[in-house]
Ligand binder design. Sequence first.
Ligand code: FAD
Length: 379
Amino acid sequence: MNLEITKEQKDLRKEVINMARHNLNNDEYLEKYSSEMFDKIAEFGLLGITIGEEYGGLNESYLTAAIVFEALGYACKNNGLIFVVNNHIWVSQNLIYLYGSKELKDKYLLEMVEGKKIGAIAITEAESGTDALSMRTVAKYEGDYYVLNGSKMFISNGPIADVFVVYAVTEDGPKKKYTAFIVEKSFEGFKAGPDIEKMGLGACPTCEIIFNNCKVPKENVLGSYNKAGLIMTQALEWERCYEFVPHIGVMQRIMEQCIEHANTRKQFGKNIGEYQSISHRIAEMKTAIEMSRLMMYKIACIKDAKKSAYLETSIFKLFVSENYIKTCRDAMQIFGGYGYSKEYDFERELRDALACSIYSGTNEMQKNTIYSIASMSVF
Ligand SMILES: Cc1cc2nc3c(=O)[nH]c(=O)nc-3n(C[C@H](O)[C@H](O)[C@H](O)COP(=O)(O)OP(=O)(O)OC[C@H]3O[C@@H](n4cnc5c(N)ncnc54)[C@H](O)[C@@H]3O)c2cc1C
């Protein structure tokens, strides 16, 4: 594993920081979706960062993508917008790129990379969240179509997405089988429900989606029929890494704000940074950032080697999310009453951060996974 960042990677990181600072921090849209800002990210080419040039992408490595997405989190305050982008890239577009037939790639990728079509992933249902495999959405083969019936809950990008990766039961019984489908919002029998109001990530709209005899052309099976297991596991790996990479950048930005405050805010005639209760909180932020970054590089290298990082992404998701939330809480404490006020924005950061212990598999489930793998392996 080579941890040296190249000049090209540094330059790209700088360009992303400039682009984000100039285009993505409009306060008016911190809690509501802006298609203009999404388009700015698309224009820059970020949506296709790891996609091949034949589909309009930049064909960069997963390591470069990690470096760039950390920079995006650092320079862009709009966590909801980044969540839109991540859901589009990592659990929708990327799955089509890696597992789709040539026909599916030709049909969707170029427009997705250009940001003309937005992607989303649909696994969760009202009655099956953590226990995703107890899903009830079914797909039955009829003529040249699969007919989908059921609904999916908490779908990020749902109200704005054009293309959904949907998982459905295709064989019932004691050993259920599942298939992944590419479903377009324009397909007959597809309906998006009203926006779900959330405590944070307001710039990423969320809704339920409903399939009522929804007709999906047979060529829109993603991967193999009855074999969605691999795609689902891979989707979880991608999201448990790349949806959490920008949070490292956010932690860095918040830490820098805290250092500045600690060095200027005086109480009892001293900068508050001279009190250990403050400086130790900042030391813990720095430790979390460095440890997260190291794990991020490791996972990116595993992904560049086209291998699985199931355990590593679970550990990363758990560690980053808990430290991201802690960093936001500690920043609020360091800023005292100002931290609790809306003016300083930490309250929004905290509301956004809290979601990450739930999405991509709850942190309790990550601990179950980590324990089950750890208990089967020896040093
Ligand atoms: C902001 C946000 C965005 C999301 N975006 C998407 C999306 O785009 N697509 C999508 O498909 N889903 C999405 N989800 C849904 C998300 O994946 C689920 O909310 C999550 O998997 C938990 O399911 P649940 O909400 O039904 O909670 P439940 O499964 O009901 O869990 C409730 C509690 O019980 C605990 N629990 C359950 N089972 C166990 C167990 N075996 N061991 C220990 N603890 C357990 C959980 O950890 C949790 O604390 C999103 C959720 C959020 C909050």
